[in-house]
Design a protein around this ligand. Sequence first.
Ligand code: TEU
Ligand code: CA
Length: 529
Amino acid sequence: MHNHLWWKRGIIYQIYPRSFQDTNGDGIGDLEGIRRRLDYLTWLGVDAIWISPVYPSPMADFGYDVADYCNIDPLFGSIDDFRLLLDDAHGRGLKVVMDFVPNHTSIAHEWFQQSLSAKDHPKRDWYIWRDPAPGGGVPNNWVSSFGGPAWTFDEATGQYYYHAFLSSQPDLNWRNPDVCCAMHDVLRFWLDLGVDGFRVDVIWHLMKDPDFRDNPVNPGYGEGRGEIEKFLQVHSTDHPDVHGVIAGMRKVIDAYPDRVLIGEVYLPVERLVTYYGQDLSGAHLPFNFQLLEVAWQAQRVADLIVEYDRSIPDGGWPNWVLGNHDRPRVAARIGEKQARVGTMLLLTLRGTPTLYYGDELGIGKIHIPDHLVHDPWEKNEPGLGLGRDPERTPMQWDASEAAGFTTGTPWLPLSSDHLSRNVVLQREDAASMLNLTRALIALRRSSAALSVGTFALLKLQGDMLAFERRYSEERVIVVLNLCHNEECWDMPADVVGKILLSTGLRAPDEPVSGSICMQPDEGVVIRCH
Ligand code: TEU
Ligand code: CA
């Protein structure tokens, strides 16, 4: 399995830097904080960290509004702090993946300031400027992902600029070759520093319909959903020309050995897999977010795994995500008990797993009082449950007042159970979510079948799901009970082995053959003889 590239056999851990570890008491996590917690990450056993944006930014979208692509925001430290972090991470065998936000900049970026300054400025065309519609008003019906029109009028020059997100996040014009070149230079800047790859923000947004046609109405839209869902994003996103742009980035990256290109893509599977690109010239890993959205039923989960597996192009490598900074935490979504089963699924499926910080503690639902809401989406469209603050709260390290995250006041409230749910306590508890996660990581890493082996669905029965991972002679069976009742399964005669790990109380090494009775909310990994 060591013939496989690190990003195929490895496990990625996503860090939301504002919330991982503060070291200067301002209540906001920083790069030095991540560096001081590297021992934790190597103890946990992950192979790589992906850090959400740390570039200079007005923080209108908490770093996804970049004012300078080649520096570090003073809030997080300096470029020297970054170098130190990178060196220390590499010294421990950890890879570091940067967040790259090429679709839009901040309005504070000097490119935009120049673009705004005059209609004939050479940078005007770096962004997407359009005249008002013939009768006046916005150029088309495109809506911002955070609600409201996606066009903002500039009085001085009499045109609108396009922003798929906030009006303070103007979209770059990737049809302009100078934009391409400038952004490729950004990639090289970080690659030359030694980063191991990029997670590319909203990669499916980069190219838009050149005619800016109206998006069609979404017939499935209902009350209580975000405004963005009123229209199908057929002309504003996923334009066929995007694949040329991605292939261009990929070329830049491929000039350096062993780097990875991950793309953020929220699309149905058949569209998602096109982001591997023609002849695999696209993203190495187009993020597969299906587990974030699926109804937690064995049938649904099995269907999506099989469909995904079938859809991936030859030579393409799969990947799985169970949580991120944009979606409710897994324990909030499916409950704490099933989150253990979900984590077993994530870490036993075929394909690179991405683990979201804090999910290894089972952090769950967190209520953010109105006066503490930070997320601009929640502010724009309040009360619909779209807010992303609950999944961005500080990491819970110990039972001290601010959970060891800061000596000051955390920028977002801690989960109310941080005194009992934290790294120190869970490390001591053999049955904790943390130790389960760590054991699953160790198991995956020690097993070629789990890391890089084949996948086959074995059985679907009620709320129980069983699959097989195989690599040469090694055969591992995973059985997951997705409900709160006991469920028994008469196994095929050739499944004879022993339990390697259970999410429940079952003893490891317990022999298995014939039939297996799964405890409520239990998942097991079995090694066949
Ligand atoms: O997210 C993109 C994005 O489309 C999601 O916010 C999506 O709208 C939502 O999950 C519903 O499908 C990326 C970043 O991850 C997010 O944090 C940024 O706010 C956004 O891009 C803009 O850069
Ligand atoms: Ca800080």
